[in-house]
Design a binder for this molecule. Sequence first.
Ligand SMILES: *Cc1c(COP(=O)(O)O)cnc(C)c1O
Ligand SMILES: [Zn+2]
Length: 412
Amino acid sequence: MKKFIGYKCSVCGTEYAPKDVMYTCPADGGILDVILDYQALRELPAEELILSGEESLWRYFPLLPVSTLIGEGTPLRAAGWTPAYSPPQLRERLGLHNLWIKDESSNPSASFKDRASALLVARAREIGADVIVTASTGNAGAALAGMAAAVGHKSVIFAPKSAPPAKIAQLRVYGATVILVDDNYDAAFKLSLEASQAFGWYNRNTGYNPFTAEGKKTAAFEIWETVLAKNDFDRPACVFVSVGDGNIISGIHKGFKDLYEIGQIERMPRIFGCQSAGSAAIANAYAAGNENIIAVAADTLADSISVNLPSDGLRALRAATQTNGAYIVVEDKAILEAITDLGSVGIFAEPAASTAYAGLKKAVHEGLITPQDPVIVMSTGSGLKDVKAAMQAAGQAPVIEPTLDAVKELLA
Ligand SMILES: *Cc1c(COP(=O)(O)O)cnc(C)c1O
Ligand SMILES: [Zn+2]
């Protein structure tokens, strides 16, 4: 069955055949949504939508816009299928009956971005592209470098020179060509587009390549399979997502829309975008009640969501407005606190990953979420990615003389 049948522009609504475009809408630069053959997919029973033997995002292969499964026995085939924990301590602290934290740190490169990159590499293979390039603050690059390395593709990563050292080291270890730009992420993004045009490289950029959201939507499928399909909730689930460029939230929205289109869910979950107060371009538009997303001068310690002008802003905004969700803004201080909140139940999150939990705390505090609302919080990346922020969140450990007396003194 041919399941990928075209694209639809998220701005003007024009539809294109797969062979007619590669990246964005030729008319207005709008980001393209991938259209599947929903009619045919509607006919399939749930069992045929899932390859139950695949313990990765590839279990949803029938719903993904690629025609061949690649990378058997490699990390590419291990992306996704992350655990959703339901820590009783956090449920009690927040007064929520149903709470899950979906921990993306178990992805091969330790962030959510593997979902997009795994699919992108499969797509690159399909269209015969050897070199794949991306701009990244770190995680998207690491994911691309890792997934490309897994199956022998070349990757080129443009990153701002301020990216955390652990992330840059990871790119280098995966053998990517790493180019550090003496400017911000937005500048690296622009330069990567120029380079892909000049050298004919396949570009993975977030909010540009339509396939990233197709990989990211698999998180919604997992929420459906492991949480929604197993519980008979009498109200919509609420999904909390941290937002920078806005592609994760758009991808998760797309995943639920696919499931709705093919009749597997009867109502859409509510989607809540969480941004740092220092990088809140989409939340500002939400608060203003319009779709006019205006660049900010981003300044937040959560580097993975530090963006001046989000490249997938419009779709990201609509993920909340079209699902009766909301945008929530949290201070960096609350982001650091959320790192230790998650840490206290054994989940190690980087700042951008704990932002969603910080957003949930605020939503509960403000009464946006009630105890009966089922809640799923995405924790998008590992705390090991940004050790400096982890130290800031948890403080320094005491140093003592190696004597029992010193231990007693410390504990007293
Ligand atoms: C990229 C990233 C985000 C934000 O995703 P966007 O698509 O840019 O909104 C959040 N958390 C982590 C850990 C990330 O790497
Ligand atoms: Zn268009």
